[in-house]
Design a protein around this ligand. Structure first.
Ligand code: NAD
Length: 409
């Protein structure tokens, strides 16, 4: 079972030591408000019925409707989803958007399902959970292994079951189905905005070298943006391993190669590298963009990056945080670094409810302004509290959560 929730609570305890809050808020943040586990029967292509386990954890609604993605993964379990929902509570507060924290999941390896089975499973998740969802209640989005197409099926199923045609319950939908411009690349683009906002403060050179673990929605888009804006992407990877070139990679060419060959191995003029070794490459910015618990006390001492930009959720353990802090490696925490996705998801929800369509330029400009402001806010708090960026980001979130609790009375 995942220990991600213990890690998340440990992060909270460490933040509370530098930024104490009321006993009321402290007690609330130790538990999710609601957890639902459901069984989803799916008719398989061979006529048999298979039952999958699905989840929705609604951690906190203090600042607005629950918001957070849905993960499809063989290792997804209630403990992992609870941790992810907890982090969403802090992420929406750091970003200052009017949302709470939630997360969902299904224990499944989607690569083993046909397209039809995947659609029936996704619609089944909605059928089992729709009474606790809704634009004013809980607004899910994509996460690992969930795509705009899956969001379309889910949004369609929700509309069928409830008759609600506003289309504001799921975000990350395709553009022709109420999605927002800019949502696809938002987490990677937002990560770049956060990096830019802190580049000078963290004494990074003008043009940086970058190593990226994971090349899905988040890692793939981050690689393309860093490359397009004049930085050197030294290494990229997927679940099977990575490739490395000291001369730099062209992320579009790498992605096309993977599409054609189904793997990264054999990409011209590169060396193969394991996901473990990739994390230890010398570089300016290391970007974990895959799964939790990648940088731990086992390998923290071997990290040679100057800065870690956490685009995955929970990639660094608290023990590793301490080692990295001592080594002078700044960790830009997930709750700030990867918040671009939920910010643009919230813009999508707002556009759906108001019946508007904003241009990509407008969306990305709003995102950049918000993330620049909140990145500087987190940085100045870390100086004021004499602490690392993770505790500082949590402190900012705690201040906003406490404010919401007081207003509610
Ligand atoms: P995705 O499914 O699009 O891609 C996941 C990538 O990670 C793939 O390239 C996969 O091959 C790789 N991967 C899987 N297991 C791995 C392993 N053991 N080692 C190395 N690589 C591995 O998922 P995504 O949406 O890009 O999400 C990646 C991370 O970013 C997750 O931690 C997710 O929670 C987080 N995140 C996603 C969003 C979003 O908007 N999608 C927003 C915020 C945070």
């Amino acid at each position: 079972m995942s220990n991600a929730f213990d890690e998340a609570q440990q992060q909270l305890r460490r933040a509370l030591a530098v930024y104490p809050v009321s006993d009321d808020l402290r007690a609330r943040l130790a538990h999710p408000e609601r957890e639902v586990t459901v069984s989803i029967p799916v008719k398989m292509d061979d006529g048999s019925v298979k039952v999958f386990e699905g989840y929705r954890v609604q951690y906190s609604s203090l600042r607005g409707p629950y918001k957070g993605g849905i993960r499809y993964h063989p290792d997804a379990d209630i403990n992992e989803v609870r941790a992810l929902a907890f982090w969403m509570t802090f992420k929406t507060a750091v970003a200052g958007i009017p949302m709470g924290g939630g997360k969902g999941g299904i224990t499944v390896d989607p690569k083993e399902l046909s397209r039809g089975e995947l659609e029936r499973l996704s619609r089944g998740w909605v059928e089992a959970l729709y009474p606790v969802l809704g634009p004013e209640r809980d607004v899910p989005a994509p996460d690992v292994n969930t795509t705009p197409e899956i969001m379309r099926w889910m949004a369609d199923e929700y509309a069928k079951l409830t008759g609600d045609s506003r289309n504001g319950t799921f975000t990350g939908k395709p553009l022709d189905y109420g999605g927002s411009e800019g949502r696809g690349a938002a987490t990677g683009a937002g990560g770049f905005d956060v990096f830019k906002a802190l580049q000078a403060e963290l004494k990074l050179p003008k043009s940086v070298s970058v190593v990226i673990q994971g090349m899905g929605n988040v890692g793939g888009n981050a690689a393309k943006i860093f490359h397009a804006l004049g930085h050197k992407v030294l290494a990229m990877s997927d679940s099977k391993g990575g490739i490395y070139s000291p001369d730099g990679l062209d992320p579009d060419a790498v992605e096309n190669y993977k599409k054609e060959n189904g793997r990264l191995k054999g990409f011209p003029r590169t060396k193969q590298i394991s996901n473990e070794k990739l994390l230890e490459l010398p570089c300016d910015v290391l970007i974990p963009a895959a799964l939790e618990n990648q940088i731990t006390k086992k390998n923290a001492n071997n990290i040679q990056a100057k800065v870690i930009l956490e685009l995955a959720n929970g990639p660094t353990s608290t023990e590793a945080d301490d080692v990295l802090f001592k080594k002078g490696i700044a960790v830009i925490p997930d709750v700030l670094a990867n918040s671009g996705g939920v910010v643009v998801s919230t813009y999508e929800w707002e556009q759906n409810l108001k019946g508007e369509h904003w241009s990509e330029k407008e969306v990305l400009k709003k995102l950049r302004m918000l993330l620049t402001r909140e990145s500087k806010n987190v940085y100045s708090r870390s100086k004021k509290l004499k602490t690392d960026l993770r505790r500082a980001a949590f402190a900012l979130a705690l201040e906003r959560l406490e404010g919401a609790l007081k207003t509610r009375g």
